[in-house]
Design a protein around this ligand. Structure first.
Ligand code: GLY
Length: 370
């Protein structure tokens, strides 16, 4: 399989996302050209380290690149002040210089945390993303959003800091647990739903075969990353269009908060439910046809994914409680929630013009069905 490259054109902050097989094994050769001296600092987490760190270290050595590694605990709790401090302390102790490169080797938690540490260490050093989850390959490793969570909400502290290179190794996705793979698929289907009906139709045809077929996985990642690159190039710091990437996320963030950011609901699962609800809301407001939410659900169900509140186990707050959680959303402007709605499959847009009563009624119906 030939490696495919998506370029993210952002002037002096431009970079490539390479998508293919064996990229971790050839990491030294891939990264060498970016180095001021032949050494990198890897930050990863225990689960990824147990499965893949030796492969990365061997791959770096094969390309003549020395390395040090810091291994953090897995899980969302790592995206926090104490671990940020630990990473920056380590970079300082290791005397990592302004022109050096840090490697973020893991899923979205590691990518966001290490990217933020790279943004603030010595006022900013370069970093390479080697995302190991489908979600990180198609979303969080691309576009330069970095940060940590606050007790008040997710991703509330951070910086825009673009990576120097992203290596999306398709082979590594083969070791993911089916639930994690499907959670990442929530973000993949989001791209079709927000801006590309043709891609959504491709997913309807090929989605069920992705997990077992590396060529199809590569194509799904490439098309997702290309769409993200196009949007980020238009609106790097989310003044407008970039908010489209948050299709499904207003509902998702509230549901993640309601379930305590726990295993009850993975982020990508919340995105899938949120996309289905965003299409429900669009249909209720007369923006898209009544068939569109059914078609979204039919595909998600066929993939074996959650797509309604009934699919979330355990207690949930009532509709007003969920609305209150939505109010922490970063898209709130002057106290008004903004939603990503759709005029049809692949035709999302941003609006603040959503009556809270319509949202409340939709949530109340979903809760009553539980
Ligand atoms: N994950 C949404 C964004 O990068 O803008």
């Amino acid at each position: 399989m030939k490696t495919k490259t998506v370029h993210v054109p952002l002037d002096e902050r431009s970079y490539d996302v390479r998508i293919g097989r064996g990229l971790v094994e050839s990491a030294g050769a891939q990264i060498n050209a970016f180095l001021a001296r032949p050494k990198v600092w890897i930050v990863t987490e225990e689960t990824v380290a147990a499965l893949h760190l030796t492969t990365l270290q061997d791959g770096l050595e094969a390309g003549g690149v020395a390395h040090e590694a810091l291994i953090l605990p897995p899980g969302e709790a790592t995206k926090s002040w104490p671990h940020l401090q630990r990473v920056v302390d380590w970079l300082l102790t290791e005397k990592v210089e302004r022109r050096d490169i840090v490697v973020a080797f893991g899923g979205g938690v590691i990518g966001d945390l290490v990217g933020f540490a790279a943004a603030i260490h010595r006022r900013g050093i370069r970093f390479v993303q080697i995302p190991t989850s489908l979600l990180a390959q198609v979303d969080s490793s691309v576009g330069g959003k970095t940060g940590i969570n606050a007790p008040q909400g997710k991703n509330l502290i951070g910086a825009f800091h673009q990576p120097a290179l992203v290596l999306a190794d398709i082979d590594i996705l083969g070791t993911l647990e089916p639930r994690d793979f499907l959670a990442g698929y929530g973000e993949v289907s989001k791209y079709g739903l927000l801006g590309d009906l043709d891609f959504f139709e491709w997913l309807e045809a090929n989605g069920p075969s992705l997990a077992g077929n590396a060529e199809l996985r590569q194509e799904a990642v490439r098309r997702s990353v290309q769409m993200k690159a196009d949007i980020v190039a238009r609106d790097e710091t989310e003044q407008g269009d970039r908010a489209l990437l948050n299709l499904g996320h207003t509902f998702c963030h509230a549901l993640e908060a309601a379930t305590g950011y726990s295993d009850r609901l993975l982020h990508g699962e919340g995105v899938a439910i949120g996309c289905a609800l965003a299409f429900d809301l669009s249909a209720r407001l007369g923006l898209c046809s009544q068939e569109d939410p059914s078609r979204v659900r039919a595909h998600l169900r066929k993939m074996g994914m959650k797509c309604d509140l009934v699919d979330i186990e355990g207690e949930l707050p009532d509709a007003d409680g969920l609305l209150a959680l939505m109010a922490q959303d970063k898209k709130v402007v002057a106290g008004r929630l903004r939603f990503i709605l759709a005029r049809g499959l692949g035709e999302a847009f941003v609006t603040a013009d959503v009556p809270p009563d319509t949202v409340r009624a939709l949530l109340a119906e979903q809760l009553a069905a539980r």
